[in-house]
Design a binder for this molecule. Structure first.
Ligand SMILES: [Zn+2]
Ligand SMILES: [Zn+2]
Length: 364
């Protein structure tokens, strides 16, 4: 089967929208006609050359669409079902999955840097050459073939643009707060970075009942959006120290780094109170290292950890997020940025690189 897809070839080159070859679904796979795909920070890492992954690669791992076709063994969805794609299906069999830590799934963590699906294949080609999959998905395309575990049913009406965000930014950001850090009511939280994921960390903190939510970002429009999402205080990086001194002189109970740069991770740790927890949510460029004073962890007993995809099996966290949306506690509509058709995918990437406050979407 053929599909149009946005191919990333090399840093500095525009994405090429080309007709590629997609293998027919296996018995446990489905064909999804994509309706909306968000541009995520991970895609931008690839575009900027901060990840070394094989090319040509179809980027995109945050999408929603309609099931078009199902393999004979598929039981969870039917043609016509609206679904959101998760990029982290728990294999259920490796040591990590058996310990209840789906984010540590071995096949998944091998697939992502190799540009494949968890089974090691990509099932896509262009002019006879293998085409790789961004974040084990590769859905910046009209159609994608994935296992049924990845196509999670969207029960109840939700516009596709909003639904797409559930697939990465929401599960990552809200999940970091609710499942990884387990923020408690009345806690204080500092969030470094108010991009797509950061905005959902802020919403997660509000949902968890945090009483003080301090957000830091260099972009004013993002700080404004963070206020709408539930931030009680916002600051540009240069003003953060003074703000924390006046509002949280002991530091925050929880510090979240939604950027993932070593400098922002250090900032999140620094403004976490003694005995508090710092969580790295954003991904750094490949190869970077943290430079930390171990006394922060020893004498101050701070806990430093990281989270991938909200540290929860998406089959569990997605329905929970849908419940929050229905209850009016999780707002997706106001987090949307501009949308572009697939043939203008490069403009979408540029808008996202430029720091657009809302999530930029491609609508194939
Ligand atoms: Zn993502
Ligand atoms: Zn596994």
């Amino acid at each position: 089967m053929k599909t149009r897809a946005a191919l990333f070839h090399a840093v500095g080159e525009p994405l090429e929208v080309a007709e590629i070859e997609l293998e027919e679904p296996r018995p446990d796979e489905v064909v999804v006609r994509m309706a909306a795909v968000g541009i995520c920070g991970t895609d931008l890492h690839q575009v900027r050359g901060e990840f070394r992954r094989p090319t040509p690669m179809v980027l995109g791992h945050e999408g929603a669409g309609v099931v078009e076709e199902v393999g004979e063994a598929v039981t969870m969805v039917r043609p016509g079902d609206e679904v959101v794609l998760s990029w982290a299906p728990s294999c259920g069999e490796c040591a990590g999955c058996r310990r209840g830590r789906p984010a540590t799934c071995r096949p998944l963590n091998a697939a992502i840097p190799n540009g494949t699906l968890p089974d090691g294949t990509t099932r896509m080609s262009y002019r006879g050459e293998t085409v790789y999959r961004g974040t084990a998905t590769g859905c910046l395309a009209d159609r994608v073939v994935v296992t049924e575990k990845v196509a999670l049913p969207l029960v109840g009406a939700l516009p596709f643009d909003q639904a797409a965000l559930l697939g990465c930014a929401v599960l990552t950001g809200v999940g970091a707060v609710l499942y990884a850090a387990k923020v408690v009511p009345d806690a204080s939280v500092v969030v470094i970075g108010a991009g797509g994921v950061g905005q959902f960390v802020v919403q997660g903190a509000r949902i968890a009942g945090a009483s003080t939510i301090v957000v830091c970002d260099p972009v004013d429009a993002r700080l404004e959006a963070a206020r709408g999402a539930g931030a009680t205080h916002v600051a540009a990086p240069d003003d953060l120290r003074d703000l924390i001194r006046s509002e949280l002189p002991d530091g925050a109970d929880y510090g979240f780094d939604a950027v993932g740069d070593p400098a922002t991770s250090a900032t999140a740790l620094r403004f976490t109170r003694d005995g508090g927890t710092t969580v790295i949510v954003g991904l750094p460029a490949q190869g970077l290292r943290l430079d930390l004073d171990p006394f922060e962890l020893i004498r101050k007993e701070k806990l430093l950890t990281g989270t991938l995809y909200g540290s929860q099996d998406p089959a569990i966290s997605l329905p929970a997020m849908l419940d929050l949306v229905r209850a009016g506690r999780l707002d997706l509509a106001s987090t949307l940025g501009p949308s572009f058709p697939l043939e203008r995918v490069d403009e979408a990437v540029q808008a996202s690189l430029a720091g657009e406050a809302g999530r930029v979407l491609v609508v194939p």
